[in-house]
Write a protein that binds this ligand. Sequence first.
Ligand SMILES: [Zn+2]
Ligand SMILES: [Zn+2]
Length: 266
Amino acid sequence: MFKAMMRGEDMLSLWLILFVAAGIIGGVVSGFFKARRIQPNGFKWKIFRNEAIIAVITLAISGKLLGLLNGWLKAHGWISINNAPAAWWQIAFEYVLYFFLFDTYFYWLHRWMHKEPIYSWVHKLHHKSTSPNLLTTLSVNPLESFINGGFMSLFLLVFPIHAAAAVLILPTNAIMGPYVHSGYEFLPRWWNRSWATKWFISATFHDQHHRYFTGNFGGYTTIWDRLCGTMRPKFEADFDKVKQRSSKNIALSETASAGTPQYLSL
Ligand SMILES: [Zn+2]
Ligand SMILES: [Zn+2]
C-alpha cells in the first residue's frame, strides 16, 4: 500500500495539497498578525539590529550585577524565599501585592526617567525605537535594567514570599515586557470599555508611549496614569481605531479566501 501511495501522480497530488494548505495557513497567519499590527509601517531593520546589540550588552551587565547583589543579600541572610506550605489565598495575596507594588514602583521611576538629565543619560536609549518590537523590551540602559530588576530584591528584603508565589511572579515579569512591546494588539475591542479590564495595560497603551514619548507611563496597569492625568487623551480612541482596522482586514481576508477555489479551478 505504501508503495502504491508513492506513485508519481500520488506524490504530485500530495505535494499540491500540502502547497495549497501551506499557502492558506501562511496567508491566514500573516493576515492575522498584519491585521493586528499597531503601527503597520513602523518596523526598521537598522533599529532592530541596534536593539539586538544593546540587549546582549545590557543582559550581560545587569544580569551579572543583579546576580552579585542577590547572592550577597542571600548569603548575609537579608533575603530569602519562604518554602513553607501556604494556603491559596496567601499565594494570591503575595502575587497581587507584588503586582501592584511593582506597577507603582515602575510608574514613578519611569515618570522620573522622563525628566532631564536622567532622560538623556539613561532612558533615551529605550526610546530609540518609536515602533516597538519584542527586542525593545531588553533594549535599555544597563542601569535602567538594574533598577527595574532590583525591585524583586527590594521586595524580598521586606517580604520573604512563598516559593509558589515566586513561580507566578517570574512568568508575569517575563511575559509582560515582551507583550507590551510586541507591536500587536490582541486584546478584544471591549477591553477599555469594561470597568473590570480597563485598568490593565495593553500593547497599544505602551506602543503609544514609544510613539509620542509622553504619557502612558504604567508598566502593568493604567491606574496611576488615570489617577495622575498622564494617560494620553486619545489612547482609547486610537485603541478603537486599531481594532476597527483589524476587523476590516479580517473581513477583507475572508472575502479573498472565498475566491481561492475559483483561482484553483483555473
Ligand atoms: Zn519611557
Ligand atoms: Zn518600552
